[in-house]
Design a protein around this ligand. Structure first.
Ligand code: CA
Ligand code: CA
Length: 485
């Protein structure tokens, strides 16, 4: 029996075993499934977190007896707050709020110092809110810079994120972020008034969020389905932004939370989490964590392949060699998967690629798409979350991907996925089917791509080459065409 045919027969019998016995079945640990009981020593290429010198991030915020923010009385909250992958909070428990009722937060803010790439968020959270974007949040955000020509300044924004990681909001400026003519808030210690308000009945019932700085207001409606998806808030206060970056010094006072005044004359003894002291930052953009781990996030037996992979202009992959495949071969891959964390504007490919082409790709994806790839593309806009969809790139530039697909949230739930390329489908031009649990999406190749052809010599994770944030993904019990012993 030729190798491909044998693979198909085994694929069918394994699929049957899989369906009959369910996800916990030991049947998946059949010989031609990689169950990663031991580190298989996959090849790592590109920026590797192991090579990153660890960095210490400093947090020093909470209640202060000072009056930088210019409140009616001394006593305020704030201090030095740093972007970090580790969550840092200073907050208080509040009665549960949702997107079904009006929410307001207002007060005075003074920005004393900003490093480049710094930020803080202040407002409504859930005790489990963590990561960026931050699920279950509705906040006033300052995002700060320190540029040679412009000096230190911040942009003010109103952000929200549903309980399923769908985010929206707006900035307190006209036009596009970073290119707006609206002057930013200087980090000169001068207090400003701010109001962030949410009205579930606004925008004809779609829900509306607004931000005002020193009396000038901007507003926008919530994105479709976000209010219905909902959010649950049971904490109120300050949180860092959980991406790598730097620090700012900022103070807030005379806060009104849904009308209730907080003047901070006395220490309110709010709860602090990592808000005082130094934290070792072992990972930073764009240094990829690419490891065999003795975990079972994806739902198999312990031992799986995990990445925390960043979108970055430079190539990176974590993969294993396969016997060569082309677009004339039927190609299959499947396994378990857990998507356990993500920043906004993040993504990764899982599938087949050509290692030499990948290593030689020095232009970002928005200039030239990747060649010689056939993969699942786990990526999507922050208003949606992440799509699980098909993507391909032929040898000389012809390429394609689905515009959308099954939606996957970074909730860490174990899932089953597969990718099938059938060279005979689509009138012989070829077609890719990607499945995630019960959902699937189909992508037909274009004739030019099939004419160009493509070659693949690796299977694994590879990065999207445009700047962005990270995804955390683990895979286990995988099987794929071209698999070697
Ligand atoms: Ca005060
Ligand atoms: Ca395993």
């Amino acid at each position: 029996m030729p190798p491909i045919q044998r693979f198909c027969v085994q694929a069918i019998s394994l699929c049957l075993a899989f369906v009959c016995l369910g996800m916990t079945s030991p049947a998946l640990a059949a010989p031609d499934v990689l169950s990663f009981d031991r580190d298989p020593g996959w090849e790592r290429y590109g920026k590797n977190a192991d090579d990153l010198p660890s960095r210490t991030m400093h947090q020093d915020f909470g209640w202060r007896p000072s009056n930088h923010a210019g409140g009616e009385s001394p006593g305020e909250i704030g201090g030095v707050i740093s972007r970090s992958l580790t969550r840092a909070c200073y907050w208080v428990e509040i009665p549960t709020q949702t997107l079904e009722t009006k929410l307001t937060l207002s007060g005075r803010v003074a920005n004393v110092h900003t490093d480049n790439n710094c930020a803080m968020q202040f407002g409504f959270f859930n005790k489990d809110s963590e990561g960026w974007r931050t699920p279950n949040s509705l906040v006033f955000r300052l995002s700060g810079e320190n540029k040679e020509r412009r000096g230190q300044y911040s942009w003010a924004l109103a952000d929200y994120c549903t309980q399923k990681w769908r985010a929206g909001g707006l900035g307190a400026f006209d036009g596009r972020y970073q290119t707006t003519d609206t002057p930013p808030i200087k980090s000169d210690g001068k207090p400003h008034d701010f109001i962030v308000a949410y009205d579930p009945k606004g925008a004809s019932g779609v829900g509306e969020i607004s931000i005002a700085i020193d009396g000038k207001e901007w507003k926008t409606e919530l994105l479709e389905g976000h209010k219905e998806e909902g959010a649950v808030f049971n904490r109120f206060g300050l949180m860092n932004i959980q991406v790598s970056g730097n620090s700012m010094e900022v103070y807030l006072d005379d806060i009104r939370m849904n009308g209730k005044l907080l003047d901070f004359s006395d220490d309110p003894h709010w709860e602090g989490i990592n808000n005082q002291g130094d934290i070792e930052e072992g990972v930073a953009r764009p240094w990829n964590v690419m490891d065999w781990e003795e975990t079972n996030r994806a739902g198999g037996d312990p031992g799986e392949m995990s990445v925390m992979m960043w979108r970055d202009e430079a190539p990176a992959y974590f993969a294993t060699p396969i016997s060569g495949l082309t677009l004339d071969d039927p190609i299959h891959a499947e396994g378990r998967l857990a998507f356990s964390g993500a920043g906004s504007d993040s993504g990764v490919y899982i599938g087949f690629f050509d290692s030499e082409t990948k290593r030689g790709k020095e232009t970002p994806d928005h200039v030239v798409r990747q060649s010689n790839i056939l993969a699942v593309m786990l990526e999507g806009p922050s208003r949606v979350g992440h799509y699980f969809r098909a993507a391909y790139g032929a040898s000389s530039g012809a390429n394609g991907h689905n515009d959308s697909g099954p939606i996957i949230q970074p909730d860490g739930e174990p899932r089953h996925w597969s990718l099938d390329y059938d060279p005979k489908a689509n009138d012989g031009v070829g077609s890719i089917t990607v499945r995630l649990d019960e959902e699937e999406v189909v992508l037909d190749l274009n004739p030019e791509a099939r004419k160009q052809g493509a070659t693949f010599d690796r299977f694994g994770f590879f990065n999207m080459q445009s700047g962005g944030h990270y995804v955390k993904v683990s895979i286990d019990d995988v099987r794929f065409s071209g698999m070697k012993d």
